[in-house]
Ligand binder design. Structure first.
Ligand code: SAH
Length: 255
């Protein structure tokens, strides 16, 4: 297995066909990866998954089944979502080679994940918005959607290629940052806090948020905040929450 295998998760979201799960396990093991996460698989465990996994039954047997994407990526400092087509709100988009390099570089310091979507409709917008980057395999525009296990193969191969280049000094390094990056879970709490503080100060109507929260989420995700930065901003929000509550209470008393 790759020596950073422990920090590289392949996450299959709500897969319909157990054969694809087995095929993904095989593709992973061929490339030296073993951390398979299954979010609410529709038919699993299943004999077809075992057949298709061939010699990668161990990867399948150790797969972690969870109920949501949040659980699958909670500890991750980098989450990349696969996207077979353009979405309404564009996100920072990278190609498979850049995806392999980022995953390889960052997996030296924290858990990372690549998310794969449903066979019939990919990842939802909400799932894609939990990601730092989107990756698209630049396939034939007239027939762009790859089989799920094949898409896993392509991206796992790029992680392996990035790992093989590690000694020639050609990869960018993260540098020596003084703080660990915020995890997905910390970012989700942060995004919820932003939403509730902004609602508290009546900056937007929670019943009609339009794209405000999505745009803020994209802005914050783009900046790759570390844990200290998140906690400073949450401190700022908590102070604002308090002041607004005091103002509201004073207004009520004055009436
Ligand atoms: N019809 C779906 C495609 C699903 S293909 C859609 O329109 O979104 C199943 C999964 O395979 C996708 O969710 C993605 O994880 C992966 N995949 C297939 N083709 C891909 C491509 N060209 N680039 C990136 N991921 C792809």
């Amino acid at each position: 297995m790759l020596d950073r295998d422990d920090n590289i998760r392949i996450v299959l979201v709500n897969s319909a066909h157990p054969g694809n799960i087995g095929g993904a396990a095989r593709a992973m093991k061929n490339m030296g990866l073993s951390q398979l996460y299954l979010v609410a698989p529709r038919e699993y465990p299943a004999p077809r998954a075992v057949w298709r996994s061939a010699g990668a039954r161990d990867v399948l047997a150790n797969a972690v089944v969870v109920g949501s994407v949040e659980e699958a990526v909670a500890e991750c400092g980098l989450v990349i979502g696969t996207s077979a087509r353009d979405r309404r709100i564009p996100w920072p988009l990278i190609n498979p080679r850049q995806c392999g390099e980022r995953i390889w570089v960052e997996s030296a310091s924290h858990p990372t994940a690549i998310l794969f979507g449903r066979e019939d409709r990919g990842l939802t917008n909400e799932e894609l918005q939990q990601c730092h980057y989107h990756v698209n395999i630049p396939s034939n525009p007239d027939y762009s959607s790859l089989n799920l296990a094949t898409a896993v193969q392509v991206l796992a191969y790029e992680v392996r290629m990035a790992s093989l280049q590690r000694d020639d000094g050609s990869l960018p390094s993260l540098g020596s940052w003084d703080q660990p990056l915020a995890t997905s879970e910390e970012l989700e709490h942060f995004h919820s806090h932003v939403a509730s503080s902004l609602a508290g100060m009546e900056f937007y109507d929670p019943d009609n948020p339009k794209q405000l929260l999505t745009r803020l989420r994209r802005l914050f995700n783009r900046s790759r905040m570390d844990r200290m930065e998140v906690s400073i901003l949450r401190g700022v929000l908590a102070t604002l929450d308090q002041k607004i509550a005091q103002l509201k209470a004073a207004n009520t008393r004055a009436k």
